[in-house]
Design a binder for this molecule. Structure first.
Ligand SMILES: Nc1ncnc2c1ncn2[C@@H]1O[C@H](COP(=O)(O)OP(=O)(O)OP(=O)(O)O)[C@@H](O)[C@H]1O
Ligand SMILES: [Mg+2]
Length: 246
């Protein structure tokens, strides 16, 4: 049985979709078979950032309501062997209840090593639907006070929803700004959020380039950090490097 992981954040724009796509890509490079589910109803983005906007006729709601076959809704991501994507419905109000989503995700986890659900920001109904009845979540945080405070709220909500295994990814980390005292350091982010860390991804222009070009992030410092997080998810002991070396 594969692992279902929900990628969440309090504040929007922290990099959930980048992390979902990048982590999926990194796990595939370790030989895993990974399904990405975009659950950001009405605001899907993974299709675009993985260069697949023309590949979808059917979405997750169509699959659940049996308007299509699994092969029509689950599309392979070109350029990354073993990576597949189901996109979110373009209209809101299409996704079924949290129980159905959970049941479907768990069924799909029987076919894939990992199912990664890219959830909407915040703790609204879309987040609750994506998260409810799951066990594992990643919270993507940027090192700024608003993102950190909102992440702590998401962590509390995840606890109420019964999600047991929660880890934090600090994204868009900029060592020079920490050294100048303009942004909190890694220890401060951990202390203020109260969430256990699984990795730190640097601010990397390569991410922006890939994002705009619609190609998976496979090289550069952020890709390397995503590779280390994938290794940790796989149970390898990969120490978190000191802030200066990230
Ligand atoms: N490590 C990084 N380095 C540089 N830019 C990044 C990094 N991570 C994300 N970005 C940029 O931040 C922006 C937001 O990323 P993304 O769309 O993944 O955020 P999100 O949390 O999914 O947003 P939303 O809440 O709207 O769904 C994008 O322009 C992306 O290229
Ligand atoms: Mg997103």
């Amino acid at each position: 049985m594969g692992k279902v992981i929900v990628v969440s954040s309090g504040k929007g724009g922290t990099g959930k979709s980048v992390v979902s796509g990048g982590l999926g890509t990194a796990l595939c490079r370790l030989g895993k078979k990974v399904l990405l589910i975009d659950s950001d109803e009405g605001m899907s983005s993974l299709d675009l950032i993985l260069g697949m906007s023309d590949a979808f006729v059917y979405d997750f709601a169509d699959l659940v309501h049996r308007h299509c076959t699994p092969a029509q809704a689950i599309r392979p991501v070109s350029g990354v062997l073993g990576l597949f994507l189901i996109t979110a419905p373009s209209d809101i109000g299409q996704l079924p209840s949290d129980k159905v989503i959970s049941l479907f995700s768990n069924q799909l986890a029987g076919i894939f090593d990992y199912v990664i659900i890219d959830s909407p920001a915040g703790v609204g109904s879309g987040f609750i639907r994506a998260v409810n009845l799951q066990k594992n979540a990643l919270i993507v945080v940027t090192p700024d006070p608003v993102s950190i405070r909102d992440a702590a709220r998401v962590q509390a909500m995840l606890g109420e929803l019964g999600v047991k295994n929660v880890r934090m990814i600090i994204n868009k980390f900029e060592t020079s700004l920490v050294e100048d005292g303009e942004l909190p350091n890694i220890d401060d982010v951990i202390d203020h959020s109260g969430i256990q860390l699984i990795g730190v991804i640097p601010n990397d222009v390569m991410v922006l380039r890939c994002y705009s070009a619609g190609i998976p992030v496979t090289s550069g410092r952020a890709a390397a950090a995503l590779g280390r997080i994938a290794g940790r998810l796989e149970g390898s002991y990969i120490p978190l490097p000191p802030a200066k070396k990230i």
